[in-house]
Design a protein around this ligand. Structure first.
Ligand code: GLU
Length: 483
């Protein structure tokens, strides 16, 4: 059997991390089994669907590297197929028109509530006579189409993630609505979710339905529809939900939910997709936490997906992101930093590319996210900076002014400074001032950047020397501490 999987988002919002993680598992499974990954846009909810959300879903999947092999297919272009399936079910006697008004259904729900019964339709229009139907039609009532659900049925399937899952027909809320007439439509054109999904999954030869565990009850209903339509039932796999730090289902209230949010927070797509894979799956060698999609696909199987919900932990995501950032070559880093620098107003177009690449390589190990780049590099672009309290304390120590003064002399005597010159000068000052090398280095760093900590000092100095900024800063520091 050839593997065909799909992701079926509804374009009622931006690409959500839960949908994206489902896409990751589908992509990995398709690639693990040399299968096909289909993209289907479930846009039948006309009131809430928007083309810009479809664009956002597509570009988000592409950004994450989750390319699809077929589609996107749009449900709104397939309405005739759903209509035909509804007719088939009516013809087989498995579906029927129900004329209940919203008020009658509300009343039913109230009664059930008062009797402490689970809400659900009581199948009251299942066996209407032709006269009853004509009477309702004459009243101008528009029916919905309900699919018969046998309450004595036990529906069970072998879930690839959860083993055997069983569901009782009596817990499915009574005969389910599968279609209603669209406005001005005499046929049952507006198919509802469960029917449309099944018709599409049959039509698109989907072999494995991999989706979130919030769909388990739908799966029970859908299995009955497969049977009714005489189609083969696919393999189901229900993946765990993504939870917030409190262990509750991740929601809009948690602030970050869409892939766009994560992109804007400065995460790299490779790191995000790597982290999403870990939300519910571990590499067979569980110490391996950094891997590409292809490496994961080579090892991926649904049996290794956890049943328990997976907590979203931004600290782990930061850690993974920083590791990806540290591995990137300087030219790629520079390209990634460019928009942030420009947004901060730095005229990077006018700056020597080799200098920028050196700066990118120097600062990348200090970043967790791309958005940290300004904090970590501003001292190289801006003329003024503040001295931290600890840097000032150090600079005010006895003997430091003499150290700074001798460094200035050395810098003034040299046209430009290369790595060996920098090291030699530090050595010379250490010797002649009779101080520890550490003090010279800390004094230098504090004078150049206003901080006691930062990336490699020699490289920092060389980059500032290229701009001629080291002399100014050293002098400015000396003036400040001698004042
Ligand atoms: N449109 C459904 C959703 O976005 C798809 C569920 C499914 O995969 O069947 O949740």
């Amino acid at each position: 059997m050839s593997v065909r999987v799909r992701i079926a988002p509804s374009p009622t919002g931006n690409l959500h991390i839960g949908t994206a993680r489902t896409a990751v598992f589908n992509w990995l499974y398709a690639h693990a089994k040399q299968g096909t990954f289909v993209l289907r846009i479930e846009d039948t909810d006309e009131a809430r669907s928007r083309p810009e959300y479809t664009d956002n879903i597509k570009s988000g999947l592409e950004w994450l590297g989750l390319n699809w092999d077929e589609g996107p297919f749009f449900q709104t272009q397939r309405l005739d197929k759903y209509q035909a399936a509804v007719q088939t079910l009516i013809d087989k006697g498995l579906a029927y028109p129900c004329y209940c008004s919203p008020e009658e259904l509300d009343e039913l729900r109230e009664t059930q509530k008062a009797q402490n019964k689970a809400p659900g339709y009581d199948n009251r229009h299942r066996n209407l006579s032709d006269e009853d139907k004509q009477k309702f039609e004459a009243e101008g009532r528009k029916p919905v189409i309900r699919f018969k659900i046998d309450s004595d049925r036990n529906i069970s399937w072998q879930d690839s993630i959860r083993d055997t899952v069983s569901w009782s027909g009596s817990d499915l809320g009574g005969d389910m609505v599968i279609a209603r007439a669209a406005e001005g439509d005499e046929s049952y054109g507006q198919a509802l979710y469960n029917l449309a999904v099944v018709v599409d999954d049959i039509d698109m030869n989907i072999s494995h339905v991999i989706r979130g565990e919030d769909h388990i009850a739908n799966t029970a209903k859908q299995i009955l529809l497969y049977e009714a339509l005489g189609a083969e039932i696919p393999v189901f796999a229900h993946s765990p939900l993504i939870l917030n730090t409190e262990g509750k289902k991740l929601s809009k209230r948690d602030g970050v939910t869409s892939i766009d949010d994560f992109r804007k927070m400065g995460f790299l797509p490779e790191a995000l997709v790597n982290y999403m894979t870990l939300l519910g799956w571990t590499f067979p060698d569980s110490t391996k936490e950094i891997f590409t999609l292809d490496e994961a696909a080579a090892e991926f199987d649904l049996e290794r997906v956890n049943k328990a919900g997976a907590k979203l932990d931004c600290d782990i995501l930061d850690l993974i992101n920083s590791q990806y950032l540290h591995e990137l070559p300087a030219d790629k880093l520079t390209d990634l930093f460019f928009p942030y620098w420009k947004e901060a107003g730095y005229e990077v177009d006018k700056i020597d590319r080799a200098w920028l690449e050196k700066l990118a390589a120097l600062t990348a190990p200090t970043l967790n996210r791309l958005t940290d780049v300004i904090k970590e590099t501003s001292v190289f672009f801006e003329d003024s900076f503040n001295y931290s309290d600890e840097a000032m304390d150090l600079l005010k120590q006895e003997g430091v002014a003499a150290v700074v003064s001798e460094i200035i002399e050395g810098v003034n005597n040299a046209e430009s400074i290369a790595e060996e010159d920098a090291k030699a000068l530090i050595k010379q000052v250490t010797k002649s001032q009779k101080v520890k090398k550490g003090l010279v280095m800390r004094s230098l760093r504090a004078s150049l950047t206003g901080e006691l900590h930062g990336p490699d000092l020699t490289q920092t100095w060389l980059l500032l020397n290229k701009l001629g900024a080291d002399k100014t800063r050293l002098q400015q520091t000396l003036d400040k501490i001698s004042a």
